[in-house]
Design a protein around this ligand. Sequence first.
Ligand code: HEC
Length: 206
Amino acid sequence: MKRIAGTGLLTAAALALMVALPAQAGSHGGGKAMKAGADAEVQQLATEAKQIVKGFFTELKGTLVGAMKKDGPAGAVDVCAKKAHEITLRHNRDGWEVGRTALKLRNPNNAPDAWEKAVLEEFEQKIAAGADPKKLAKAEIVEQDGRKVFRFMKAIPTGKPCLTCHGDKVDPALLQKIRSYYPDDQATGFTLGQLRGAFTLSKPLN
Ligand code: HEC
């Protein structure tokens, strides 16, 4: 996804309305009406974001599984490399910008910005402390360049089918194919259940 400059993120951190989903959602409410209103807005946007992630994930996964069946892993690398971006763009609508990011990247275009990097690190810490990566998400309204922006991330755990191309025993010929597209690939060596990356969504609010 296109990166948004990190300016204003410090202010954002100070002003931020933080909601760790779903467990703590609303748990720090009970205070002022304004805060409750903002919490409700974050909740509503997070629900919308989760719907978008669902559609995006279903299409990516369907495309990947279909290509694996039809053309095998090497053919699927071609399909991913060519179609992932196009699929991503198709899920940008109603002001939403959609993407995927990770700490260990395959495609450098998916590099995290400062906010995303901090959230990925937070996910890693939570997983290390025993959290289920399938349930990790973060929703926050931040201020960026004088605008309020809703930002959302949802963790992507490494599943079994992912290991073919992201695991610690990737077939050498397949690895060579992957590196022909992504010479700086860092996205191998993952084991089952580890954090592979995250979906990342943003929507300007004013
Ligand atoms: C056939 C090989 C293949 C398989 C299987 C595969 N991936 Fe990937 N993955 C790729 C390629 C190629 C890219 C870079 C192109 C793109 O953006 O999708 C990529 C990129 C990604 C990214 C974007 C972040 C980055 O590093 O650029 C994530 C997140 C990701 N894969 C997660 C997964 C998960 C989760 C699974 C299992 C459900 C999976 N992948 C299965 C080949 C694969």
